[in-house]
Design a protein around this ligand. Sequence first.
Ligand code: 3HC
Length: 311
Amino acid sequence: EDQEFLDAFQARIDDEQKIEPNDTMPSAYRKTLIRQISQHAHSEIVGMLPEGNWVTRAPTLRRKAALLAKIQDEGGHGMYLYSACETLGVSREELIDDLHSGKAKYSSIFNYPALNWADIGTIGWLVDGAAIMNQIPLCRTSFGPYSRAMIRVCKEESFHQRQGYELLLTMMQGSDEQKEMCQDSINRWWWPALMMFGPSDKESIHSSQNMAWKIKRFSNDELRQRFIDATVPQAHFLGLEVPDPDLKFNEETGHWDFGDINWDEFVNVVRGNGICNKQRMKDRVAAHENGAWVREAALAYAAKRAAPQAA
Ligand code: 3HC
């Protein structure tokens, strides 16, 4: 595309116009949106797996109902996002194939195992809490279908975070063993939750261009800091200790200073060497293959309905 076209597009972005599927757009804008939206959708679908293991082990019917509702929501979020992505001219089959072949990513956080019931609380509180921090600004992303999907997602996400936090609050008023379970849980999930925001700004490949195109409204480090500032007081209210010896409130900046993130671990997990990567893909491929008959039946039914009625 020539510079005049790119400048005219940038002027639309600077004017806070929403870009819609039928608008002309730079191929790189389309490409980075397909990349981000599809990986966001993959994260929602793979994110159902760690929690799915605990539906049959929920301690009460109320907890089971909340967990089932959350998992069902995640599936719906995946569907909205795949549909938003398809408006960019890519098929659902292609996106799913890219996930199963390992070509496409999903959020590193879902490669950690949910080991006990406290983890279900921590996942809601920290993982969905981090997701909310990242998804609220995405409600104002420049691509119309993505922005509208996010507005719906964020309404449901706050219930996810709230039910997780309330679960931990209940456990923290329980036995010493339950309190230890919660502390062990935040010890395992705190740092991987910080990695959800992506590499540091200086390492981020896409941030500068995506921020120029107002796909990303705040940098990875800005959102990570915002999450830490909001979450540390919640941990203290729960009576939990944040597993970071360098965590210290900075009176001057008004932010919490925190320790170094283990980026080797992040790269290793994203590369596929996390605890659950292989299991997650195995489960996803099996679910897709076992669900083939549903897709075939739906397509056959749709074809029958579309076929011209015999006179
Ligand atoms: N896990 C896996 N890959 C990650 C990652 C993570 N936590 N963070 C970054 N990456 C990847 C990026 O995808 C990119 O790789 P790619 O070029 O192959 O796509 C590479 O690392 C470099 O990162 P960048 O910062 O340059 O990439 P982005 O500008 O795309 O920023 C992002 C990464 C902040 C995750 C951004 O893509 C984003 O905001 N995505 C939408 C939100 C999202 O996907 N959240 C995932 C969790 S969804 C969720 O938790 C569901 C909830 O209901 C529980």
